[in-house]
Design a protein around this ligand. Structure first.
Ligand SMILES: [Zn+2]
Length: 360
């Protein structure tokens, strides 16, 4: 099937371009096709024809009025269990384009339905706080554990500056979490290799991982200001990271103890906060406890304007403490990649360091 969309610049001009596998021959080999611009979302439903929109509720409430032709079906993505995902995949009619609109959950559900049904996929991230629009697998929640499955390559990811800039600023500044995590994850990977417990070391991936953090530091002021340049830099980092994950067939350079902290927090509290902010807290805590250049990550988080105070995040210190107390067991029992979080029981001493790391 072929289909068309247009790019719409700030001037509202419509330059038809053809996208899609059949026309461009664009394939998985070239990375995700991504378009940047302001107003790209306006009239998308008109340009795509029959669509199924898979969305997060709040952004869609606001955005549906500018979508144009209404979707034949709209699914509120609020569940990442395999059973529910497959139920949604089955419910979707043939000959539609899947459009994901929202954050990580909406992107992941859209990827799943696209993959299961082999339907075209357009992703419209409404926040920059996760890299889910640039990764091929969906992050399922399967019996309290995060598990990756699927293989989705969208026809295009539309990064609409107007949408991202209209969202609360935290939806952009939180986006650094899945880039900054390279800092801790790389140390975890190195550590795991030294213990003979991991995917083999890869110099190129390790070098790229370092460059991603450097790139983040360089883009910090633009991210804080929510400028188009800052947003684009951040999304390009996510795009490259997503692609490297696929190349390597694992994400060891980007996911380690800081993520396991985040998952343990979700288990302990039964709730979550913006993914990138939670991961950033994990980075602060892990770098402080394991003496891994805490000062640098603190500097980057501050320069990007990323929230990290417990009060502003609505987190109680007791929740952090409870998370740390179970972290080692949680990481081991969950079968997560071997990391610093596996290596030590987090007792009074570590908890005190974490308290200072979070300025609490
Ligand atoms: Zn993440």
């Amino acid at each position: 099937m072929t289909w068309q969309t247009t790019t719409t610049g700030k001037d509202g001009g419509n330059t038809p371009i053809t996208i899609g596998n059949a026309h461009t021959g664009f394939s998985a080999l070239h990375g995700f096709k991504t378009e940047y611009g302001s107003g790209l979302f306006n009239g998308l439903g008109d340009r795509l024809g029959a669509t199924v929109v898979i969305h997060a509720d709040k952004p869609w409430d606001v955005l549906q009025h500018s979508y144009g032709r209404a979707p034949v079906m709209a699914i509120e993505a609020n569940d990442l269990s395999p059973a529910q995902l497959d139920e949604w995949a089955k419910s979707v009619p043939d000959d539609v384009t899947i459009v994901g609109v929202g954050g990580g959950t909406a992107m992941d559900v859209a990827k799943w339905v696209h993959w299961r049904r082999q339907l075209p996929l357009v992703q419209v991230p409404t926040l920059a706080s996760v890299d889910a629009c640039f990764t091929r697998m969906s992050a399922l929640r399967d019996q309290n554990k995060v598990r990756y499955e699927g293989d989705a390559v969208p026809d295009v990811v539309l990064v609409d500056y107007a949408i991202l800039q209209a969202a609360p600023s935290a939806f952009i500044s939180a986006g650094i979490g899945d880039v900054l995590s390279c800092h801790t994850a790389l140390a975890d990977w190195r550590f795991a290799v030294s213990k003979g417990e991991s995917h083999p070391w890869n110099d190129q991936a390790a070098g790229a991982s370092l460059r991603f953090v450097d790139g983040l530091e360089k883009s910090a002021s633009g991210i804080k200001d929510q400028s188009e340049e800052g947003i684009r830099s951040l999304m390009e980092l996510h795009r490259e990271i997503g692609w490297l994950c696929h190349d390597l067939q694992h994400a060891r350079f980007e996911e380690g103890s800081e993520h396991f902290f985040a998952y343990a927090f979700e288990q302990v509290t039964g709730r979550t906060i913006l993914h990138g902010e939670l991961v950033s807290l994990g980075v602060l805590i892990m770098t402080a406890i394991f003496d891994n250049d805490y000062a640098r990550v603190k500097r980057i988080i501050t320069a990007c304007g990323t929230r990290h105070g417990l009060d502003e995040l609505g987190i109680k210190w007791e929740e952090i403490e409870a998370t740390l107390k179970i972290l080692q067991k949680f990481s081991i029992d969950g079968g997560y990649w071997y990391s610093y979080a596996h290596s030590r029981n987090f007792g009074e001493k570590e908890i005190e360091i974490a308290r200072k790391a979070l300025d609490f």
